[in-house]
Design a protein around this ligand. Structure first.
Ligand code: FES
Length: 142
């Protein structure tokens, strides 16, 4: 009888780039991460999601993170006019680049949050954590 390969669960390392204007704090991310099975989630506040370049996303993964979550303001609500539209374009480019490098593009997630969307924010962290757990560690080459 063939042995079934069981993917062991692991504690994912997730870097969150959080727009300063999103209404959430580092504590919100860390608390949600701890509750949602991602106690080693990290947070860097940025002035706008549009500042996140493809090179930074790749560098973040190469620094030992298993996933990159970018949280920006909703479209038409960016404090820098269209920074979040730039973020959309840059994340799309990043995903294409990751695909070329044979890295699963699902390791990167961009979403919009606002202060009144606490449950959406918590679910976003939960869903992304689950996604990264299902993908396994980044250094496994997927
Ligand atoms: S200021 Fe929040 S995404 Fe631009």
């Amino acid at each position: 009888m063939a042995k079934k390969k069981i993917k062991k669960s692991f504690e994912p390392k997730i870097m969150t780039y959080l727009c300063n204007w999103s209404g959430f704090t580092e504590t919100d991310v860390l608390t949600a991460g701890a509750i949602q099975g991602s106690p080693s989630i990290k947070v860097k506040r940025v002035v706008c999601s549009g500042t996140i370049e493809p090179a930074l996303i790749l560098e973040t993964l190469n620094q030992g993170n298993d996933g990159v979550l970018i949280c920006g303001c909703h479209l038409k609500q960016c404090h820098y006019i269209n920074g979040n539209e730039k973020a959309e374009e840059r994340v799309a480019k990043s995903k294409k680049l990751l695909k070329l490098l044979q890295i699963n593009p699902d390791r990167v997630c961009l979403d919009w949050v606002s202060p009144e969307e606490k449950s959406k924010f918590i679910n976003l962290i939960k869903d992304f954590t689950e996604k990264i757990v299902s993908l396994g560690p980044y250094n496994n080459g997927n």
